[in-house]
Write a protein that binds this ligand. Structure first.
Ligand SMILES: [Cu+2]
Length: 488
């Protein structure tokens, strides 16, 4: 009895699946059809007007009526014992309708949204290889997709259940197995090998005369660093990062400055430790006074802060925090001291480095971008050059490429006098992620580049307002206060 009930349930459910499918998809197809007639400016459900909504509701109603009619049909079947609706036929035709609507949907997407797949001509040498890889991968998968979808739905239609036909028992065929193993293998090998060789060319087969540029990511911006007159980038390390040295460049003067700063903070903390008992007394007096004078009720918010500070001090939290701060500063000092002993690390090549807020490249010259990140993972993305690489704290990454179209040429080509290349962040890295970009200019001659480089001061700190400061970092107060320090 229970099995019977289950069977009836499944049976009625399968019959309703077709109606449900149509029910869910019809508004989408209707909208697609409406877009073909009058494409909206921007694809958004907010663009639906009330007529479209009414038409959708109408379609939903019609489908409900049809579903009801089918219900009546199956009731009639139960009573009379005769077949009123042949569900095998209904499903078969629904499959064909679904196939046709699906193909129309694919065509619609290609025509109206396909343009977003197409980028302007690549402005880098390797970019055209990447574009052709995208083209072939898309071409192969699109072809296979169309063929298999047509076969899938056509077979559902053609070989639907028929009382007069017996299903063929066909369990194995070596030839078929070989064909559908070897053909995809060849295609995939072709695609994967091409991708592999292209990738290794970009990341490791780097021309010897490539110029190195460091691209440094932080919340929320970019800085670039050029090796100065010696064309060599000095070393860097996150331990050296300070207000005047946002990239942590290994430069004697900057590091000595940082050590002084840290030592100053150490003595401040030590002073606080020595006078902790007095501080606690003062806080307790303040707390008692507020309670005694009734100010705790007049200014409950202020009192809350006073009480919290007092409780924290009494429970030892204040002193524990001082101890922690001291340990952190001493660790930083120790690490910096160890690096300082390494004379190869401080080889002086950082002195003439240029830290810039713009990237300038020369057309036809090979470059290698070295990426570093200060805080979280960012991703350097230059769509015009077909370049993208993650910037990971503690893990330097790189990307080699050669620009082949100057900014001026691109402006002419795009017929847009205001066009500029940009390097964006392509990893949602925090609240102001959308703001992370740095202008990239491609000039036509080395002379133009040299003129620009001459305007960039050698390793001078950027204006204080631009200095990235990690939010809520306990030890960042000194960085904020510290101004610009020029290192000679
Ligand atoms: Cu970012």
């Amino acid at each position: 009895m229970r099995v019977d009930t289950l069977r009836v349930c499944i049976n009625s459910l399968s019959k309703r699946l077709v109606a449900m499918f149509a029910f869910l998809l019809s508004p989408l197809f209707l909208l697609a059809a409406a877009d073909v007639v009058a494409p909206p400016k921007e694809f958004s459900p907010l663009n639906w007007d009330w007529i479209s909504i009414l038409i959708c509701l109408l379609i939903v109603l019609i489908i409900l009526v049809i579903a009801r009619a089918f219900d009546i049909g199956s009731l009639t079947e139960k009573i009379t014992g005769k077949t009123v609706v042949s569900w095998n036929n209904v499903n078969a035709y629904a499959a064909m309708v679904f196939l046709v609507l699906g193909l129309i949907g694919v065509w619609y997407e290609l025509v109206y949204h396909g343009k977003y797949l197409k980028l302007d001509h690549s402005a880098s040498e390797h970019g055209s290889t990447l574009d052709s890889m995208f083209f072939w991968t898309f071409g192969f998968t699109f072809f296979v997709f169309i063929v298999t979808e047509i076969l899938l739905f056509y077979f559902m239609y053609r070989y639907r259940y028929n009382e007069k036909r017996k299903a063929l028992y066909y369990y194995h065929n070596n030839k078929l197995e070989v064909i559908w193993t070897i053909v995809p293998s060849i295609v995939l090998t072709f695609l994967v090998l091409r991708g592999f060789t292209t990738w290794s060319k970009i990341t490791s087969d780097i021309p010897k005369d490539s110029q190195e540029i460091e691209v440094f990511a932080y919340q929320f911006g970019w800085k670039a660093r050029y090796g100065g007159d010696d064309k060599m980038l000095g070393n860097s390390n996150f331990n050296f990062i300070s207000g005047s040295n946002p990239l942590g460049v290994a430069e004697d003067g900057a590091v000595v400055e940082l050590i002084k700063e840290l030592e100053g903070e150490v003595s401040k903390i030590k002073l606080k430790q020595a006078t902790a008992a007095d501080s606690i007394k003062v806080w307790k007096a303040g707390y008692d006074r507020m309670v005694a004078t009734g100010l705790d009720r007049t200014y409950p918010e202020d009192f809350k802060a006073v009480k919290e500070r007092y409780n924290d001090a009494v429970s030892g939290g204040y002193e524990r925090q001082l101890k922690k701060d001291l340990k952190r500063k001493n660790t930083a000092l120790k690490r910096i001291g160890e690096y300082q002993k390494d004379k190869d690390f401080f080889d002086g090549s950082a002195k003439d480095d240029r830290v810039t807020t713009e990237i300038v490249l020369v057309k036809g010259k090979p470059y290698i971008f070295k990426f570093r990140a200060r805080d979280v993972i960012h991703s350097a993305y230059m769509p015009d050059f077909r370049v993208q690489m993650n910037c990971v704290p503690g893990m330097p990454t790189q990307f080699a490429f050669t620009p082949v179209i100057t900014t001026a040429e691109a402006r002419e080509f795009k017929n847009n006098a205001e066009f500029d290349y940009y390097l964006f962040c392509n990893k949602i890295c925090g609240a102001a992620h959308y703001n992370m970009k740095i202008k990239v200019t491609v000039v036509s001659s080395e002379a133009e580049y040299n003129t620009w480089l001459a305007t960039q001061a050698p390793f001078v700190a950027p204006p204080a307002a631009e200095v990235p400061v990690a939010p809520a970092a306990a030890d960042s107060s000194s960085i904020v206060k510290k101004g610009t320090v020029a290192i000679k």
